[in-house]
Design a protein around this ligand. Sequence first.
Ligand SMILES: Cc1ncc(C[n+]2csc(CCOP(=O)(O)OP(=O)(O)O)c2C)c(N)n1
Ligand SMILES: CC(=O)[C@@H](O)[C@H](O)COP(=O)(O)O
Ligand SMILES: [Mg+2]
Length: 646
Amino acid sequence: MTQTPNRPVTPVLDRVKIPADMKRLSDAELRRLADELRAETISAVSETGGHLGAGLGVVEMTVALHAVFDTPRDRVIWDVSHQSYPHKILTGRRDRIRTLRQKDGLSGFTKRSESPYDPFGAAHSSTSISAALGLSVARDLGGRGLEGESVGDCIAVIGDGAMSAGMAYEAMNNAGHLGKRLIVILNDNEMSIAPPVGAMSSYLSRLYAGAPFQEFKALAKGAVSFLPPPFQEGAKRAKDVFKHMTIGGTLFEELGFSYIGPIDGHDMEQMLSVLRTVKARADGPVLIHAITRKGKGYGPAEEASDKGHATAKFDVVSGKQSKAKSNAPSYTSVFSESLIKAAEKDDKIVAVTAAMPDGTGLARFMDRYASRCFDVGIAEQHAVTFAAGLAAGGMKPFCAIYSTFLQRGYDQVVHDVAIQRLPVRFAIDRAGLVGADGATHAGSFDVGFMANLPGMVVMAAADEAELARMVVTAAAHDEGPIAFRFPRGEGVGVEIPPEAQPLEIGKGRIVQEGSRVALLSFGTRLSEAVKAAEALSARGITPTIADARFAKPLDREMILKLAADHEALITLEEGAVGGFGSHVAQLLSDEGVFDHGLKFRSMVLPDIFIDQASPADMYETARLSARHIEEKVLSVLGVEVMGKRA
Ligand SMILES: Cc1ncc(C[n+]2csc(CCOP(=O)(O)OP(=O)(O)O)c2C)c(N)n1
Ligand SMILES: CC(=O)[C@@H](O)[C@H](O)COP(=O)(O)O
Ligand SMILES: [Mg+2]
């Protein structure tokens, strides 16, 4: 037998094609299966890159869940679902696990269309309890799945980080009230992407630190019979130790859940025993508090500051990641450096992140100005209104949130910020297509949902120097809210001026003068427009190229002049319909420009959710690369290419 290098030897796992195959395994074999599953996960992610640490932390839990419950009839809903790779391996997708996060491969998250074992898709956090509750209620009302299949137990697995979001409490509040049979596993690894923050995180740690106290609590409430015998013993001992303590219920019990824990989420015997008991006995909402370690079982992940949360491809033996070299700084780092510079001169500048200090670059700001930087946990709604409060109190808050996660705080943007004209500065990172995380993380909608708000200023950086200027522009803008968007990844390599100057609000710039057709770009598609223009020059076409800088307020004067001076006007943006191009079309329509025969085209993201792929492939799908701009110009001008109209 030949063995593929880097592939672990997995005799037990090889016998498991789907979870039903696990029913034949003894508990000892299930323990062995967990070891092999962990090795297979490490091996696969070493080839694909992706979310590693969270999956390694739930290997035993994944095995125990599929061994005890009857999936897919019983529904396991993984919160965020970045920890679902071991689940994918056990649920008929092992043969494709090395296509994770690639074009036409497996998604890095659970996805209903991918497998019947993924009953609910996710990637944004803290949705699992609501979804599991909805499924439980549907089941009790006699509902069947969309394919007519019956629904069994519904189990939400949610992390301690995800437990910081309001939505999890909204769901528990409702679940406790309804009293339906529902199982929640709190996977507490004392980590979010960064170390978790907040009073709730401290509370969970106290529950964990006081484990015997919890056993005593269960006994005191008569709930100990719910637990398997080893826990009943522990509880009796705990009663002696803690008999003089006055105790209240855990928060979860107050919300109407039976609380079981803390248990060791890596101890297969405990996991199996607790899940079997809960399966046999639960008659309402139950919360199992499992303590695990993010990155468990792989040294380089366990030792990493993010516990191997996300990784590039790596060498399994050394743990060394293969990172592509770049000649330009990332947009995120330009934002971060520019903000630090601005904060040096203005002590009113403060910064807010919702659990993404590294991703947004605010970790560096925090190192420098700890008291002026706030990680509020996964709580985008709160982050926005908290920033609004900071602004109302006279500070200059920069609320740094990925485009996709800002969607969750939208009512707060409208109601708390925009209507009150509070000068919150929104730094919208990951605006546009993001690659391997796919549709759930694409920043497609922010221009649409920000630029339609009265009084909101909306900018997009065309390159890193422009981004530096937008940071100082935002810092200086006290009249109302302002937002600037920039994409994932590296800049284009332009020089960043040491002292960036603010932009005039609502003023764009002409990058290249030309004739016949004007390319009006909003954001980083500008460099593609320049490339397209170079290609077009071979055909004797020299487009005018303009950088709009602002989607709101529009540079009316510049746009109307472009329209007047050219036969055709094409807008470009990395965003969905309803964004910059729509605002330009509205202006042209309002001003009657179309009545005079202007040819107008708007290049936007297509009306589909684009699955994971490389950014280059995604731009192909979106038809937003230089080649597509060139084709659009030729077609709008009616130029024939190889005997055909373009
Ligand atoms: C609404 C939302 N905000 C932010 C994120 C980014 N994010 C993904 S995983 C994660 C940490 C989750 O921590 P936890 O729930 O404890 O899971 P763990 O990774 O520790 O297993 C964060 C902040 C997200 N996915 N969704
Ligand atoms: C699962 C999740 O939401 C994050 O881990 C996300 O994948 C981070 O994306 P970036 O790599 O763009 O920071
Ligand atoms: Mg965690």
